[in-house]
Design a protein. Structure first.
Length: 88
């Protein structure tokens, strides 16, 4: 039996707290000038939440943890067409 995809972000999964902490720490290591502004970060994650490629906090198209990918402003969604674009 195939497990249905999980549409949660890591920070929302109670059994993934340790991993979510690690991801949050990695995001914290991103230089301020490389980091996506808060409003755009939330917009990106909202689009990931509605995407069929999101599964247990990772993107099935690129394998990234979406919370890290979205936090880097120069990264974009790997979907064609992209659901969210990179920032300059
Ligand atoms: S394809 Fe894009 S929108 Fe969908 S989960 Fe991956 S990064 Fe997010």
């Amino acid at each position: 039996m195939t497990r249905p995809p999980c549409r949660c972000l890591l920070a929302e999964m109670p059994d993934e707290t340790e991993l979510a902490d690690i991801i949050a720490a990695r995001i914290g290591e991103i230089a301020e000038e490389e980091r996506t502004p808060g409003e755009e970060y939330r917009r990106r994650l909202a689009l990931c939440r509605d995407c069929e490629s999101l599964n247990r906090g990772t993107c099935a198209r690129c394998g990234c943890y979406v919370e890290i990918r979205a936090a880097r402003k120069r990264m974009g969604c790997p979907c064609v067409p992209a659901r969210w674009e990179s920032m300059k």
